[in-house]
Design a binder for this molecule. Structure first.
Ligand SMILES: [Zn+2]
Length: 500
């Protein structure tokens, strides 16, 4: 059954090897998985989980290529017609052939993805998760593609639909009928390397990127419609969206929610969280609920340093910013030589934190950011053109994602609900890479400018992780409300009472 993410959801990135993990963590969503057995999915549903099946839009693995020889030609091509290898995927273990991008505009690759959607939904999944949703558009951004015949014909049609005198002049044609952008580009850059270094200066490049990104988003929407047909009813549609990257926003209006691998700069401990805060703020700005995780490089650091407390900080930060951090049950670590290593979090460490999340859903659900991280006004509602994405970037930059701060290494996230209820999240980011611990704060003074809520407060209640709730005194000092937390270990959520 289709549903979005709630703020207090506990999300697993993929199915757990052991069913008891779901119970330990209080899981509510399995975001992706390629789970095809209806027995398995029914078992998950009986535990109250929302389950997503997965389709991968990047390439056809070796065994699928072997079974479907037509896929060998359905690859993204550079300006010389050569297939484009995927730098982050290891070569096939048997043939040692490099993995190459499938082209999302090639009919054979599209048919292949549709067959995979049918497989993914056959067991009764509640939603479709689209992995690597950019597909060959990723090759258009930085790797010199795709100039296959289907992309060339598609781009000619794209230009014809938007035809005006300026576009015709730029393309040096009188009509876009039979326009061949590959031949056009070759006059500027006949090789892949030349194209990659010159592409920004080649006419119609921005339009070509818009076309490729738009095709990727259309492909996701089309796969989502197919998933609904297979399920014979509405299903959730999600993708892994790399925020705060602007190119990934094109697909957002198609999605129910997203997952995201966010750089947490693990080696910097509590000092490296700026990218995560920006990504969470951007997700809220786009009104796309996000279930995040860290990057394989972050997980490799956590694994090698036994940095479990750092992960606790990441979990608290995500929920404090109105998003979710996926349960660190089994996370892929970046490892040399393409070998696989996993960080398998200890439920004893992390499940109490997720219990705190679920117990305090009334302080999480339906709140949105107030103050410095609030949603900018006057935003585009779709992001299919370079100009619209630029406008989004400028609106975000005009109000930088700099949270309020308190004491030494503490971030403060004011949030508010439609009925005026306030929740102030206070997160202790003073994780030391050396001690592997978060130093507790004592007698921490938190100052909230009254301009954020346009009111002052009579008192408050603090709900702290690892402690019983307690009442707080709120002092009004001029234009600022001030309260003191006697102790902050990791995360407190403070609600206020108002003067009558
Ligand atoms: Zn193509």
């Amino acid at each position: 059954m289709k549903r979005s993410l709630y703020h207090d959801d506990v999300v697993f990135l993929s199915p757990a090897a052991d069913f008891s993990s779901y119970v330990k963590y209080g899981a509510t969503v399995v975001a992706s998985g390629g789970i095809h057995s209806s027995d398995y999915i029914n078992k998950l549903k009986q535990q109250g989980l929302h389950v997503g099946g997965t389709v991968w839009c990047l390439t056809a693995p070796g065994h699928d290529l072997h079974a479907n020889p037509d896929l060998a030609a359905a690859t993204a091509r550079d300006i010389t017609g050569e297939p484009i290898a995927i730098p982050w995927i290891a070569p096939d273990s048997h043939s040692n052939a490099p993995a190459v991008f499938g082209c999302v505009n090639h009919p054979a690759f599209r048919a292949y993805m549709r067959r995979k959607v049918c497989d993914a939904m056959a067991g009764g999944a509640d939603g479709l998760h689209v992995d690597e949703h950019l597909g060959s558009a990723a090759a258009a951004l930085s790797l010199g593609g795709c100039f296959c015949d289907f992309c060339v014909a598609g781009f000619a049609a794209y230009c014809a639909q938007r035809q005006n005198q300026e576009l015709l002049r730029t393309a040096k044609v009188s009509s876009f009928e039979n326009f061949n952008y590959r031949s056009f580009v070759k006059t500027y850059a006949p090789t892949r390397d030349q194209y990659i270094s010159l592409k920004g200066a080649i006419p119609l490049h921005a339009e070509f990127v818009d076309f490729q990104l738009g095709c990727a988003a259309d492909n996701v929407a089309s796969l989502g419609r197919l998933a609904q047909d297979v399920a014979a009813g509405p299903v959730s549609l999600s993708a892994n969206v790399c925020l705060p990257g602007l190119e990934h926003t094109v697909v957002v209006p198609q999605l129910t929610y997203c997952t995201g691998e966010i750089d947490h700069n693990a080696a910097q401990g509590g000092m490296g969280l700026g990218t995560a805060v920006s990504a969470y703020r951007m997700a809220e700005t786009l009104r796309i609920p996000m279930a995040a995780t860290a990057t394989p490089r972050d997980w490799a650091f956590v694994n090698s340093q036994n940095a479990e407390q750092l992960v606790c900080l990441w979990i608290a930060l995500a929920y404090a910013c109105g998003q979710r951090f996926m349960a660190p049950n089994r996370m892929l670590c970046a490892a040399p030589n393409g070998s696989s290593q996993w960080f398998c979090g200890s439920a004893a460490t992390f499940s109490p934190l997720y219990s705190f999340v679920k117990k305090h859903g009334f302080l999480l659900n339906d709140f949105s950011a107030a103050g410095p991280l609030s949603r900018p006004d006057a935003l585009p509602v779709s992001f299919e053109t370079t100009d619209k994405r630029k406008a989004l970037g400028e609106a975000l930059a005009a109000r930088p994602a700099t949270p309020l701060a308190a004491g030494d290494g503490v971030l403060v996230f004011p949030r508010v609900k439609g009925d005026g209820t306030v929740a102030i999240h206070v997160v202790n980011c003073s994780y030391s890479v050396n001690s592997k611990r978060i130093a507790p704060q004592t007698n921490l003074e938190v100052r909230i400018p009254n301009s954020i809520f346009n009111r002052n407060f009579s008192g408050g209640t603090a709900y702290s992780y690892g402690a019983e709730p307690f009442k707080l005194t709120v002092e009004n000092q001029g234009d600022t409300s001030v309260f003191v937390l006697p102790e902050l270990k990791l995360w407190s959520i403070v609600t206020f009472e108002y003067w009558a």
